[in-house]
Design a protein around this ligand. Structure first.
Ligand SMILES: C[S@@+](CC[C@H](N)C(=O)[O-])C[C@H]1O[C@@H](n2cnc3c(N)ncnc32)[C@H](O)[C@@H]1O
Length: 205
């Protein structure tokens, strides 16, 4: 199955992450996973850090009969995601919030996260602007590490969590930690892009 990339227009959202090689690698990975996603029959799907909304909207165009949520800490990204949903005649529910704090237990069958993964000073993790798209703090892992312990509560028993990681994020440490939480992993894609080595990792129970 071909996953058609959603149309988007960020001309009025200069402070939102422009879809880049990492976003498109993620879409390639989800395309490869498409059969599994159809078989899963997911009810609720969420993208954390939706930015332009290109990933969640592409999923929504291809997968029917599910509810699609998008969260971002950047209000402008939430508006861009809303617009991208409308541009592609899909219903996405964007919410401006920090990770998945306000959702109920076991709510999601699919969680997708292309996180801010760049290694930066921790001080760069401030405000809610475009810097939040890349600033990852120590090992580029500060936001990732905040999310991981919450996954077992928010993901349904049959659920799948897809996460993009950079080599500098020390993927083995993430995989080992998720193992302690009861999750198996599979690397769906890995690619060297513009000097970055990226992985898309799938976690499920
Ligand atoms: C690398 S960008 C990815 C954007 C888009 N998903 C894509 O692939 O093109 C990371 C996104 O995560 C958002 N973000 C960063 N920290 C967040 C947090 N704590 N909670 C929610 N969103 C966050 C940023 O605002 C940004 O839109």
């Amino acid at each position: 199955m071909h996953l058609q990339t959603a149309e988007y227009d960020l001309s009025s959202h200069a402070d939102v992450y422009e879809p880049s090689e990492d976003s498109f690698l993620f879409l390639d990975a989800l395309e490869e996973e498409f059969g599994n996603l159809v078989d899963l029959k997911p009810l609720n799907i969420v993208e954390i850090g939706s930015g332009s909304g290109v990933i969640i909207t592409s999923l929504a165009k291809a997968l029917k009969n599910a509810n699609f949520f998008a969260v971002d800490i950047n209000m402008s990204a939430c508006k861009a995601t809303q617009m991208t949903g409308e541009l592609n005649a899909t219903a996405i529910q964007p919410l401006c919030m920090d990770l998945l704090g306000q959702f109920k237990e076991n709510m999601f069958d699919v969680i997708v996260f292309n996180p801010p993964y760049v290694v930066t000073d921790s001080e760069e993790l401030c405000g809610n602007g475009i810097n939040r798209a890349w600033a990852g703090g120590k090992d580029g892992r500060e936001i990732i590490d905040k999310l991981l312990p919450k996954i077992p509560n928010i993901l349904s028993c049959k659920g799948i969590f897809y996460l993009l990681l950079l080599k500098e994020n020390k993927p083995k440490e993430v995989i080992d930690f998720m193992f302690t939480l009861g999750f198996a992993h599979k690397i769906i894609k890995e690619r060297k892009l513009l000097g970055e080595y990226l992985y898309i990792v799938k976690f499920n129970k």
